[in-house]
Design a protein around this ligand. Structure first.
Ligand code: ADP
Length: 458
C-alpha cells in the first residue's frame, strides 16, 4: 500500500486520465525509485499497453522484476530489445543482473562488459565484483595484464606457452543442406565459397580463385543462420566448432584473447573444420565504439587469428559467423581474407515456410497435411517461430494421444490452431532497425542484398 502523499496524488491523477502516457510513466518511475515494486510493476505494465515498444518503459518494468527477484520475467521483457539490436547500454546492465540472478554468470559477464564498453557511465562496481568467474586452478591465467604486444597486433605467441582454454566443443553435424528449407541463393553462395574450393580444388584454381576468407551471415533472429552453418559443416563432411560468447569472454584481462586463440587452434587441429561464431557483433564490434582498451585488443586478436600467422595457418578452417546486428561490426573485418562475404539470410516466404514446416514435421505421425495452408497464415514467422509452432502442436497431440491410449496423427487443423497461439518474433522490428542503420549508409554497396527487404512494407 503506497502511503507517500505525493505518490498518492500522482496515482489519483493517473486514474483520472488513464491514457496520459507521460503521467503514467512518471508515476511508474517514482514508484520504482521509492521501492514500491509491485505498484511500479503494475504501472509500467499499464504504460507499456500505451507504448508497447518504448525501451525506457520496458527497462523500467524489467528493473521492477529484477528487484523482486523475478529474473525470468525481466529477461522476457527485455528480449525484444536484444533481438532488434542497438539496445540502450543500461538495459545490458539490467539484463546482466537478471542473468546473474538466474545463475548464468558467463552470459551476465558478457552483457555487462558489452554495455560498459559502450557507455562506461553505466558501470556498477558491486555487480562487476559478483561477475568474476572463477577458473579451474590448473589453467587459471594470471590476473595481471597481458605482457606488452607489438604495436598494432595482439597476437599472443605459440599456444604451448600460454595458459589457455577453449570451452567450445568439436561436433560432427548430421545435417546437410537438404535439412535447410528454402534459402536457395544463400546455399548457393555458401557452396561456391566454402564447398567448391575443398571439393574441387582444380576447378577453383583454374578460375584463379583462392580459397579462404570467412562468411558473415546476417539477418533477423531465428531465420536459421546457426542451422545453416551446422548444415554447411555436414554437407562438407567437416568438423563443426560452434563458439558462443561465453566460450570466449572472460573477466580477466587478456584471458578472452587467449580463449579466442585456443578456439582457433582447436579448429585448426580438426581440419577440415567449420568454425562458427554466433552473436559475433559482440566480439567484432567497431573499435571506435569501444572505450575500453582491452575490448579493442580482443578485436585485434580476432583480426590476427583470421589472418593467421602465415598463408596456410587457416587452411581447411572455414570461418562462418552470424549476427543480428551487422552494422556494429568493425569494417576491418570485411577486408579480403577475413569476413569478405556478407550474406543476408532473409525471413522465409510462404513457399519456404511450407518447406520448413515439412522438414520440422517429417519424423512425426502425420495425416495428410496442407503445409501451404499453414504457410499462408504464418506471415512474418521465421524458422524458429515455426519450430515453436510445431512443438506446440505436437505437445497438444501428445496429451490427446495419452488420453486416447493410441497415437493420434497431427493434422492441418492442429497446426493452424497452434499458429494462432504462437506469436512471431521480431521480424518487423528488425527490419525497422536495419532501415535506420543501413538506409543512408550503403555507399560501399555492402547492404545491397538487404535493400529490397527494408524498403518493403512490413
Ligand atoms: P538463428 O541462428 O538465425 O537465430 P537458428 O538457426 O537458431 O536461427 O534457427 C532456429 C531453429 O529454426 C533451427 O534450429 C531449426 O530447427 C529451425 N529453422 C530455421 N530455419 C530453418 C530452415 N530454413 N529450414 C529448417 N529449419 C529451420
Amino acid at each position: 500500500m503506497v502511503d507517500d502523499p505525493g505518490l498518492k496524488a500522482l496515482g489519483e491523477a493517473a486514474r483520472l486520465s488513464p491514457d496520459n502516457l507521460p503521467l503514467r510513466r512518471h508515476l511508474a518511475e517514482q514508484l520504482l525509485s521509492k521501492g514500491y515494486l509491485a505498484d511500479a510493476e503494475a504501472e509500467f505494465r499499464a504504460a507499456l499497453v500505451l507504448a508497447p515498444k518504448d525501451p525506457d518503459i520496458m527497462a523500467g518494468l524489467a528493473e521492477a522484476f529484477v528487484r523482486q527477484s523475478s529474473y525470468g520475467e525481466a529477461l522476457s521483457v527485455l528480449e525484444p530489445l536484444f533481438a532488434a539490436g542497438g539496445y540502450p547500454p543500461r538495459v545490458g546492465v539490467l539484463a546482466a543482473r537478471a542473468l546473474l540472478g538466474e545463475g548464468s554468470v558467463h552470459k551476465a559477464a558478457y552483457r555487462y562488459h558489452e554495455a560498459v564498453s559502450r557507455d562506461p557511465s553505466v558501470a556498477d562496481a558491486d555487480l562487476a565484483a559478483r561477475l568474476v568467474i572463477p577458473l579451474p586452478a590448473a589453467t587459471a591465467p594470471p590476473v595481471s595484464p597481458a605482457p606488452p604486444q607489438p604495436a598494432g597486433t595482439a597476437y599472443l605467441g605459440p599456444s604451448s606457452v600460454t595458459h589457455e582454454r577453449s570451452t567450445a566443443e568439436v561436433e560432427r553435424s548430421a545435417l546437410g543442406f537438404a535439412d535447410v528449407a528454402g534459402m536457395d541463393e544463400v546455399k548457393e553462395a555458401l557452396r561456391v565459397k566454402l564447398l567448391l574450393p575443398v571439393q574441387q580444388p582444380e576447378l577453383f584454381a583454374a578460375f584463379g580463385k583462392r580459397a579462404g576468407g570467412g562468411v558473415l551471415l546476417y539477418g533477423p533472429p531465428g531465420v536459421g543462420k546457426t542451422h545453416l552453418a551446422r548444415a554447411a559443416a555436414g554437407e562438407l563432411g567437416a568438423a563443426f566448432v560452434s563458439v558462443g560468447l561465453a566460450d570466449i569472454l572472460d573477466m580477466y584481462i587478456g584471458s578472452s584473447e587467449r580463449n579466442l586463440r585456443a578456439t582457433f587452434d582447436l579448429a585448426r587441429r580438426h581440419r577440415p573444420c567449420v568454425l562458427f561464431f554466433d552473436e559475433v557483433d559482440a566480439l567484432a564490434a567497431r573499435r571506435s565504439d569501444m572505450r575500453q582498451a582491452h575490448n579493442r585488443q580482443l578485436v585485434n586478436q580476432f583480426l590476427s587469428e583470421l589472418d593467421g600467422v602465415d598463408q596456410s595457418a587457416n587452411e581447411g578452417v572455414l570461418v562462418l559467423a552470424a549476427t543480428n546486428a551487422p552494422w556494429y561490426i568493425d569494417v576491418a573485418f570485411r577486408r579480403p581474407g577475413r569476413f569478405d562475404q556478407l550474406v543476408f539470410v532473409p525471413p522465409p516466404d510462404a513457399q519456404a515456410r511450407a518447406a520448413i514446416l515439412r522438414i520440422l514435421c517429417r519424423d512425426k505421425p502425420l495425416e495428410e497435411v496442407d503445409f501451404g495452408a499453414v504457410a499462408k497464415v504464418t506471415d512474418q514467422f521465421v524458422g524458429a517461430d515455426l519450430k515453436g509452432l510445431v512443438d506446440r502442436a505436437v505437445e497438444v497431440k501428445l496429451q490427446e494421444s495419452i488420453r486416447a491410449g493410441r497415437p493420434i496423427p497431427l493434422s492441418t487443423r492442429d497446426l493452424l490452431a497452434a499458429a494462432k497461439a504462437v506469436r512471431p518474433t521480431a521480424v518487423r522490428e528488425w527490419m525497422a532497425t536495419a532501415r535506420n542503420y543501413v538506409m543512408h549508409a550503403n555507399e560501399s554497396g555492402a547492404w545491397d542484398e538487404l535493400m529490397p527487404w527494408i524498403q518493403r512494407k512490413w
